[in-house]
Design a protein around this ligand. Structure first.
Ligand code: URA
Length: 437
């Protein structure tokens, strides 16, 4: 088989066979196909697209390009959750203890933040000593013992995706539905869970800015997951404004803890209840959403979800005292309000810009290896549709550097649009995509 022939076939609108796709991915992972040929292939796919069969074959080939996590040693149904990423998305930190407290095993692999979106691992490291660098054996033991473990990408999970993603990033071939779906699902399939609940974001802070594209991506991923024998469901949710109020690592952890005490922001709590319900149904613990919601509300009310977070933090080396006393989390030295420049209603919020404000303050990475400041960020006091009067606080800003604070404040004010007319609040849940829908 020659890569040249495969590129030409795709360039001319042909359909690649499963054998051709497996050959191409295996050879590229082993450095037997150069980046320039794979770049040409990515561009041909970008313009000519892939059939669903091709996308499934690409996903399976990428999933099998490295370690396939074997979770057989863990009892019960293992449920994973994945978000396509956004601003203020601390969902995993609150949701996974809620679901684990209801009896569904959480064996999850998470990543770090890059660019304007945060990552679960960075946020969890706000607990002093917390580590996701655990072995596969420890990981499985912990899930069996306490029902929840999160590990970093320490295994060689989907190395083909790692190489391809870096290549797509510099060849303008990231935003293709088949390529995104296969990239995400290859890692999920290799991570070994029996069921996968996806949170596909749409809006100005998301990868898929248009709702229609988010639904198409959701459908593609649900099909891939179910064809691979994993029960997969997707929730399409709003990312046209940050999720909840906190943006920044330790601040988001604090908000997740508040949510486990029943004191979280309404939108964030609702998203956890929705995703959690589908995780309980997929894990066989609830018959329907009504029953699942009741169970999730109960573990918040009786404190068992919060207790589960405490056990999880302790098991992975973090300071569990910070769960009960969030004052022990990293703290910024400068705390200031951002007053509204005029009366009105909050209109559009440029969500990505809010993520960038946190990045400017030091809360995100400019490059893969930069250190981050866990204590900085913002807590929003007004969101889309809310009224505000001149001088009232739009947000509190947490910083450790005056210059960075000034830069972030200026960008924040440009990202927050205040209008004279009241603006409709966005619907949080845009829809649910199942195999049958
Ligand atoms: N996230 C991924 O893992 N891959 C993509 O292609 C896009 C988002």
């Amino acid at each position: 088989m020659r890569m040249y022939d495969l590129i030409m076939k795709k360039r001319n609108g042909g359909t690649l066979t499963e054998e051709e796709i497996s050959y191409m991915i295996a050879a590229y992972t082993a450095d037997r196909i150069p980046d320039y040929q794979m770049s040409a292939m990515m561009m041909a796919i970008y313009f000519k697209g892939m059939t669903q069969k091709e996308t499934v074959a690409l996903t399976m080939a990428m999933a099998q390009s490295g370690d396939m996590m074997d979770l057989d040693g863990i009892e019960g149904v293992k449920v994973d959750k994945h978000s396509t990423g956004g601003v203020g998305d601390k969902t995993s930190i609150a949701l996974t203890p809620m679901v684990a407290a209801c009896g569904v095993n959480i064996a999850k692999m998470s990543g770090r933040g890059l660019g304007h979106t945060g990552g679960t691992i960075d946020k969890l490291e706000s607990f002093e000593g917390f580590s996701t660098g655990i072995t596969a054996e420890q990981f499985k033991r912990q899930v069996n013992e306490i029902g929840i473990a999160i590990m970093g990408q320490t295994l060689d999970i989907a190395p083909a995706d790692k190489k391809l993603y870096a290549l797509r990033d510099v060849t303008a071939t990231v935003d293709n539905m088949s390529l995104i779906a296969s990239s995400i699902m290859s890692k999920k399939l290799a991570s070994g869970a029996d069921a996968i609940v996806l949170d596909v974001k749409t809006g100005s802070g998301a990868f898929m800015q248009e709702e229609e594209d988010a639904f198409a991506l959701a459908r593609e991923m649900v099909t891939i997951g179910n064809r691979a024998g994993r029960k997969t469901i997707a929730v399409v949710s709003d990312m046209d404004q940050p999720l909840g109020c906190a943006v920044g690592n330790a601040l988001e952890v604090q908000e997740a803890i508040a949510t486990l005490k029943g004191e979280g922001p309404e939108d964030f709590t609702e998203l956890c209840m929705t995703l959690g319900s589908y995780m309980l149904i997929a894990g066989g613990q609830a018959e329907d959403e009504k029953e699942a919601r009741k169970m999730l509300a109960a573990v918040i009310a009786d404190g068992s979800a919060l207790k589960k977070l405490e056990m999880f933090v302790q098991a992975q080396g973090g300071n569990p005292a910070a769960v009960l006393n969030p004052d022990l989390l990293p703290k910024a030295s400068i705390v200031e309000e951002i007053p509204a420049p005029k009366d009105g209603f909050i209109g559009k919020i440029d969500c990505q810009e809010i993520g960038i404000c946190s990045l400017i303050l030091g809360g995100g990475r400019e490059t893969k290896d930069s250190a981050i400041d866990l204590s900085v960020g913002l807590v929003l006091h007004r969101k889309t549709g809310d009224a505000v009067a001149f001088g009232e606080s739009l947000a509190t800003i947490y910083a450790n550097d005056r210059k960075k604070l000034d830069m972030a404040r200026e960008r924040f004010l440009n990202a927050y649009h205040i209008t004279e007319e009241k603006v409709q609040k966005n619907a949080l849940i845009k829809g649910i995509v199942t195999e049958a829908s």
